[in-house]
Design a protein around this ligand. Structure first.
Ligand code: SF4
Ligand code: SF4
Length: 375
């Protein structure tokens, strides 16, 4: 593995590695008068989004666990309501329901939240690159905490050599291809039938059981991923996550992308060094890669105003957007899309599965009956 140096310049920014040597703007040929970028708050904003979304997921997980436990330990009153937000962890159910909706025009009755959450994340990917991965996803957040911890402990992260990195990156697309093929192979009727089977109705409980009753193999795999994530930035996301692969492919159609102005760029390479997706930002006119997560870390360290920004193609830019999309606008857009679609689903009665607690009691086995199969 290749040790990775980090010389980002955001000295006041907790998410960017400090750089004691600020760039010498005066060394740049005087093409134009270069202005230093004002202090950038994008990474603090992103940190807050990540932490809030992680806490929401922990709360949802705890709530869901208690909801399941009420069927396992009591025999009469089932007062707790199922938190449908856990369906964000069912992306395949979301894809199946999306296909069902597109094919029939009817919003599915079982796990509709999975579809609305998938739609929210696809919309975010279309508008703001793979921002779900770097702003919202709890797995991405934990991955980032781990490689930052690794950098503190070992004073560096590592990058795999290209001959290993490139084929490994293909794995997530293979996994995605398998899931897309499986969903594409099902008719709308087959999807509806599957969703109404006992397994389909409680596939979320099966997912919880998978993690609750993780076997030795599962524990070893998770431990290996955790250790690897200490050394390599976003190890799981970069090589294995099919959800990120899907969002990355959608993000290729996004009109917004990181764009570099070669006229004002002073070739300091800070953007490339800080990029957690290892993209050569300093050599690109615009970042088209499906690996870009829209984290804005490159923009945050760029010392020159107007050299680097998340922006529209020049022909679509308004005067107000000359310096690109501000981080607050990106954050507001992500929040609006997420809350808007969740709010719409709730307001129209398409958030909760149409299944009563009495039916769930029939389906969720007591611990003595459970066999804990894979989800
Ligand atoms: S190019 Fe910039 S926005 Fe994209 S992943 Fe790299 S640092 Fe983040
Ligand atoms: S775009 Fe990259 S290389 Fe150019 S000035 Fe900004 S950080 Fe430096």
């Amino acid at each position: 593995m290749v040790p990775q140096s980090h010389s980002g310049s955001a000295t006041a920014n907790p998410l960017i590695a400090p750089d004691p040597a600020p760039p010498a703007l005066k060394n740049k040929p005087k093409k134009k008068s270069l202005r230093r970028r004002a202090h950038d708050h994008s990474q603090q904003l992103r940190l807050v989004f990540q932490a809030v979304f992680l806490l929401v997921n922990i709360w949802l997980g705890g709530d869901f666990y208690l909801w399941v436990r009420q069927f396992e330990v009591t025999s009469s009153a089932y007062s707790l309501k199922r938190p449908a937000g856990v369906e964000g962890w069912l992306p395949v159910a979301g894809m199946m329901n999306l296909k069902y909706w597109l094919a029939t025009g009817h919003i599915p009755a079982i796990h509709p939240a999975a579809m609305f959450l998938l739609l929210a994340f696809l919309s975010i990917a279309f508008l703001f690159r793979k921002a779900f991965c770097s702003w919202l996803c709890p797995v991405g957040t934990i991955s980032e905490y781990l490689w930052r911890a690794g950098r503190r402990i070992f004073r560096r992260n590592f990058r795999l050599p290209a001959w290993l990195d490139i084929p490994l990156r293909g794995l997530k697309y293979l996994l995605l291809g398998f899931f897309l093929w499986a969903v594409a192979d099902m008719s709308a009727d087959a999807i509806a039938n599957f969703m109404h089977t006992p397994y389909g109705l409680i596939v979320d409980v099966k997912m919880l059981d998978f993690f609750r009753f993780l076997g030795v193999t599962g524990l070893v795999v998770v431990s290996l991923l955790v250790v690897a994530s200490l050394f390599v930035e976003n190890f799981w996301c970069r090589y294995f996550c099919p959800y990120g692969a899907l969002l990355g492919l959608v993000s290729l159609a996004s009109p917004l992308r990181i764009r570099r102005n070669a006229e004002t760029c002073i070739d300091c390479e800070k953007c490339a060094k800080v990029c957690p997706a290892w993209l050569p930002v300093d050599r690109l006119g615009s970042v088209r890669s499906a690996e870009c997560t829209g984290c804005l870390a490159c923009v945050a360290v760029c010392p020159v105003e107007s050299a680097l920004a998340m922006s529209l193609p020049r022909r679509l830019e308004s005067k107000r957007m000359r310096n690109g999309l501000p981080a607050w606008a990106m954050a507001a857009g992500i929040a609006l899309l997420f809350l808007g679609l969740v709010g719409f689903a709730k307001a129209t009665g398409h958030w909760q599965s149409h299944v009563s607690n009495a039916v769930y009691r029939q389906l969720i086995p007591h611990p003595s009956e459970a066999q804990h199969p894979m989800p």
